[in-house]
Design a protein around this ligand. Structure first.
Ligand code: PLP
Length: 392
């Protein structure tokens, strides 16, 4: 039987760039002691108080179908949070609760793109972006950014690809680079989407992980509220990756149609998970800061160790649970470096090539193991790079 091209070609003609990650997982399952600095999974679990609320809610009977757009309490809580952080008036009608940010990204592309439309995003990119766009029936159009400009997009970069496009997907704080877009970067992005009449899809799932600078949501910038869709999630901010709860915030009319889409696809998010999300959000920034603090510390460790050598360069970054390293001085590709590091030192990282062509010769290191183990692994990685770099 024939499968649809939309589904069978989600990852395009090549692999999905996760080969090294799967290899590390298989070795770990086989009992090897692998340090995994690969995916964005916290080394802590969901806070027991959040789990207690999930348990209370489920036992109180919130186990049936929950409201498809999200329970009103959670939509209100998300609206309050978004309004407080961005200054933009937001009500529950602007909010759709989704099973995680990923489902929000997919639903948003479904909502704004016709089949075959060109959907822009920048390279390097979070690994699911092209497949999400293909799954929605549209054409993924990555455009390169430069390592010399810390992979920040410029008005010129976007303008080259914008004619005929329908949407632009951006992500700050950024995965994989850790970049926080500053005012100048946002000015270029917003001018480009306005000049070319594009939807702006802003993936803000790392908005609580800001180490330098401030997080700006483009929905708050002049004349942007009508063309901006914001994706949020409890995964990273509250260590709730497995609970699958996130949201999309946008104009009421778009959300109205996206609720219809949710009715015919996900049929909502478990009620007890949503109750736990309300509880977690009401704890405010104290809990969020507690959850993000280890990544801030480990990034400082990485910076200190980077300063003690001169083979590996760290891309200037200000947030998210990753650092991106330029390892081109070793003479290896990111992929080859990653494989050798895994084989020889049992440390797993993500090759830059997993995130597109712009990040070739780079690796992404997740700040996701306990401080001492992280410091030892990072020092080992730098020593290994140093030996390659000097031909030892
Ligand atoms: N967007 C980015 C940039 C991510 O890194 C991730 C997960 O790693 C997601 C979206 C999806 O997150 P979730 O579906 O867990 O909310």
């Amino acid at each position: 039987m024939k499968l649809s091209g939309r589904v069978s070609r989600i990852t395009g003609d090549g692999g999905d760039g996760w080969g090294l990650f799967y290899k590390a997982r298989a070795l770990k399952l086989a009992g090897e002691d692998i340090i995994e600095l690969t995916i964005g999974e916290h080394d802590i679990k969901t806070d027991p108080s959040i789990l207690a609320e999930m348990d209370r809610s489920a036992r109180a009977g919130h186990t049936g179908y929950a409201a498809v757009p999200g329970i009103p309490e959670l939509r209100d809580e998300v609206a309050r949070r978004v309004e407080a952080r961005s200054g933009v008036r937001t009500t529950r009608d602007n909010v759709l609760i989704t099973p995680g940010g990923q489902a929000g990204l997919f639903a948003t592309h479904m909502a704004v793109l016709e089949p075959g439309d060109r959907a822009l995003f920048l390279d390097p990119y979070y690994a699911t972006y092209p497949g999400t766009i293909r799954g929605a029936g549209a054409r993924p159009v990555p455009f390169e950014t430069s390592a010399d400009n810390n992979f920040l997009p410029t008005y010129k970069d976007i303008g080259k690809h914008a004619p005929g496009a329908t949407s632009l997907l951006v992500n700050s704080p950024n995965n994989p680079t850790g970049a926080i877009y500053d005012e100048t970067t946002w000015a270029g992005i917003t001018k480009a989407v306005q000049d070319h009449d594009l939807w702006l899809i802003s993936d803000e799932v790392y908005d609580t992980q800001v180490w330098d600078g401030t997080h700006i949501s483009p929905r708050s910038l002049p004349d942007m509220v009508y063309r901006t869709m914001v994706i949020g999630s409890m995964s990273k901010s509250h260590a709730m990756t497995g609970s699958r709860v996130g949201w999309v915030v946008g104009p009421c009319e778009v959300i109205y149609h996206m609720i219809n889409l949710a009715t015919h696809t996900t049929y909502g998010v478990a009620g007890f998970v949503q109750d736990a999300a309300v509880f977690a959000l009401q704890k405010g920034s104290v809990l969020e800061d507690q959850i993000s603090a280890p990544f801030r510390r480990r990034r400082e460790i990485a910076k200190r160790l980077i300063d003690s050598q001169n083979v590996v360069r760290m891309i200037s970054s200000g947030g998210a649970m990753y650092v991106m390293l330029d390892i081109r001085a070793t003479g290896l590709t990111g992929e080859a470096f990653g494989r050798k590091l895994l084989d020889e030192h049992k440390i797993a990282v993500m090759p830059g090539e997993s995130f597109g062509q712009s990040a070739a010769g780079h690796i992404r290191v997740a700040l996701t193991v306990e401080d001492h183990a992280f410091e030892a692994a990072f020092a080992c990685l730098l020593e290994f790079a140093g030996q390659l770099g000097t031909g030892e």
